[in-house]
Design a protein around this ligand. Structure first.
Ligand SMILES: Nc1ncnc2c1ncn2[C@@H]1O[C@H](COP(=O)(O)OP(=O)(O)OP(=O)(O)O)[C@@H](O)[C@H]1O
Length: 598
């Protein structure tokens, strides 16, 4: 329960809706309680006057009596109708305030979690599965919403109604009240336990359903592989097996569900029988009137739902507390990478320095960078070459301060990057990642992602420089073409070039290209390199690559192995060293000539 205390700030924020909701709930209950009181009065009036009516022999007086009586009955009838209408109206207002409040809180909570996700560092995302992140912002928030909305609403109704009705009942007869109420706690407990079982089973069904969905989804997207390996039958069998488990759980849930209604009816019936039986005895003894008995039967019926909701609300609150605990766990996670107090905004010229940097990935313990020392002067173009897994991409991650090194410093224009504001640092470095990510949006918006204010002309120019403009113009809708599941499917090379265009449009002084031409053919690669050469003129550029671009005159080529610099120099110097670089170059020259850009 203590986890739910985190939601109190939202109750304070929506205190007006909350207080009004409670007020409307109370008013609605007062009007609904009015009805059994009216019924009691009618019954009492009837039973008190029926004998006198029977004794009157004069038909004229009898007629007058009847007319009078009809008027009184009509008055009561209209009063009951009016109070039912008013009770309903205030119940409507109660939902308009409390349930509306819960939707506002759901909205705020989702946004707060989403915003918190944005400030958390990469390490956090590596340590949690995407599905987990998604379920906390969707399913967990929905369960919490059930607490701040329906659970609060039904609890308020239950408390107010039970207090008012029990007060009225005790006023009439304590003994009858105790007998009448005795089955209700059993009802609440039964509902609570049945609900827990239902919840457990529903959870299992939910998990099986999502498993079923992923199997179906995977086989649709992998249909080409399934067909080419003639695995249709095996795939169908796999689905049938998962589907069978889902059916088994669903049938089991239906059986438990079937218990629900009868157990409720049993308890209701028991309470009514007890009321009539014990109440009848009390009427005979003259302790209560017939009207009281009628009133009691209505009270019992009115109390059934509140007692029923105790069990239901209790399990709802339990689930919400567990969900809020999971949400709090995330909300209380503080990013390791954040602005230091006094972090500065500095306009960077592009002097990059790795000063004896060593870095180990915190969650895996992999030592990716070892005593790495490199100085890149503003405007220099550096190639970083090395085997796969040698630590090249990690250097880019450190430069962008996705991680902080355990030893050494990364300096930009002489400032330790930990002293710069993160936003200022990252907005002055354009980074083209190895694994391209494009949003489900049109091409224009994907390109101007890093520079939202850029005009169409700038978007087209960036696309031209990344040699993808022609491809885009060939699409029917040109730059407005949608990308993603419902849009056009781009080739790997086209995606890479759009990702390059996105980096170029930012136009900062420092650029990092992380093996971003791997899916581009040699001719296009040559064209892009040519464009980049002019574009990068005064910029500092770090180009991480597997392949040697002999056409590009790098100021320095760094060969990295196992997180260390093993060779460094210009193309000529490295060739004369006759080491890894020369070997790679010769191999590309002979065997894979098409991949060497010259
Ligand atoms: N996010 C990460 N978490 C944990 N370990 C990582 C992470 N990223 C990379 N590594 C590990 O760090 C080492 C260096 O990886 P890195 O991606 O920097 O190499 P790379 O030279 O860029 O490789 P490639 O050319 O294949 O992209 C590898 O052993 C890799 O498994």
């Amino acid at each position: 329960m203590k986890h739910l205390a985190a939601l109190n700030i939202y109750f304070v924020k929506y205190k007006w809706l909350f207080s009004l909701g409670l007020l409307f709930t109370a008013i609605s209950i007062v009007f609904s309680i009015f009805q059994p009181v009216m019924v009691r009065q009618i019954f009492d009036l009837l039973s008190q006057n029926l004998d006198s009516y029977r004794m009157i022999s004069d038909t004229g007086i009898k007629g007058l009596f009847r007319a009078d009586f009809s008027r009184v009955l009509a008055f009561y009838g209209i009063t009951i109708l009016l109070s039912a209408l008013l009770s309903g109206f205030f119940m409507f207002l109660q939902r308009q305030t409390l349930i509306v409040m819960s939707r506002h809180i759901e909205f705020d909570l989702k946004n707060d979690i989403y915003q918190h996700y944005q400030v958390l560092d990469l390490n956090f995302f590596k340590m949690h599965r995407t599905g987990d992140l998604m379920s906390r912002i969707t399913e967990d928030v929905s369960r919490v919403r059930m607490y701040v909305g329906p659970a609060i609403m039904y609890s308020a109704r239950t408390v107010i109604m039970v207090v008012m009705i029990i007060y009225l009942m005790v006023k009439v007869n304590l003994e009858l009240t105790l007998y009448t109420l005795s089955p209700l706690p059993v009802l609440a407990l039964t509902i609570y336990f049945v609900n827990r079982v239902i919840h457990r089973k529903s959870e299992r069904i939910q998990a099986q359903l999502s498993n079923l969905t992923s199997i179906a989804q995977e086989s649709y997207s992998g249909i080409r592989v399934i067909k080419s390996y003639v695995q249709e039958d095996a795939s169908a069998q796999h689905f049938e097996q998962a589907s069978g488990e889902y059916r088994k759980s669903s049938v089991s849930l239906a059986k438990t569900d079937a218990l629900y209604q009868p157990s409720m009816s049993l308890m209701i019936g028991l309470s009514v029988i007890l009321t009539i039986f014990i109440g009848g005895i009390q009427v005979i003894r003259g302790n209560i009137t017939v009207g009281n008995l009628a009133e009691f039967v209505i009270y019992v019926n009115m109390l059934i739902f509140p007692f029923f909701s105790i069990g239901w609300v209790a399990s709802m609150i339990q689930r919400a507390a567990a969900s809020q605990q999971r949400i709090n766990e995330f909300l209380q996670t503080k990013p390791d990478i954040k602005d230091r107090p006094g972090a500065k905004d500095v306009t960077l010229k592009g002097h990059v320095r790795f000063e004896h940097v060593s870095f180990t990935y915190p969650h895996t313990g992999i030592k990716a960078i070892r005593d790495f020392d490199l100085d890149i002067q503003p405007g220099q173009k550096i190639a970083v070459i090395g085997r796969t897994g040698s630590g090249k991409s990690t250097l880019a991650q450190l430069l962008l301060r996705m991680y902080d090194p355990q030893q050494g410093r990364v300096l930009l224009d002489g400032h330790d990057i930990r002293d710069l504001r993160l936003e200022s640092l990252r907005s002055q470095i354009s980074y083209v990642p190895q694994d391209v990510f494009l949003f489900s949006d049109n091409i224009t918006n994907n390109i101007r992602f890093g520079a939202p204010a850029a005009g169409q002309e700038a978007v087209q120019q960036a696309a031209r420089q990344a040699s993808v403009e022609k491809d885009i113009l060939n699409f029917r809708e040109g730059f407005d073409t949608m990308i993603g599941e419902r849009g056009v499917t781009l080739s790997g090379g086209q995606k890479q070039r759009i990702s390059i265009a996105r980096a170029l449009i930012m136009d900062p002084n420092i650029m990092v290209f992380d093996d971003c031409l791997s899916a581009v053919d040699a001719r296009t690669e040559k064209e892009i390199i040519g464009n980049l050469y002019a574009y990068l003129k005064d910029k500092t550029a770090i180009i991480i690559t597997h392949r040697i671009f002999a056409l590009f005159e790098f100021d320095k080529v760094i060969v990295v192995d196992d997180g260390r610099i093993v060779e460094t120099g210009t193309h000529e110097e490295l060739m004369s060293l006759n080491g890894y670089y020369a070997e790679l170059y010769n191999r590309q020259q002979s065997g894979e000539e098409e991949s060497v850009t010259e």
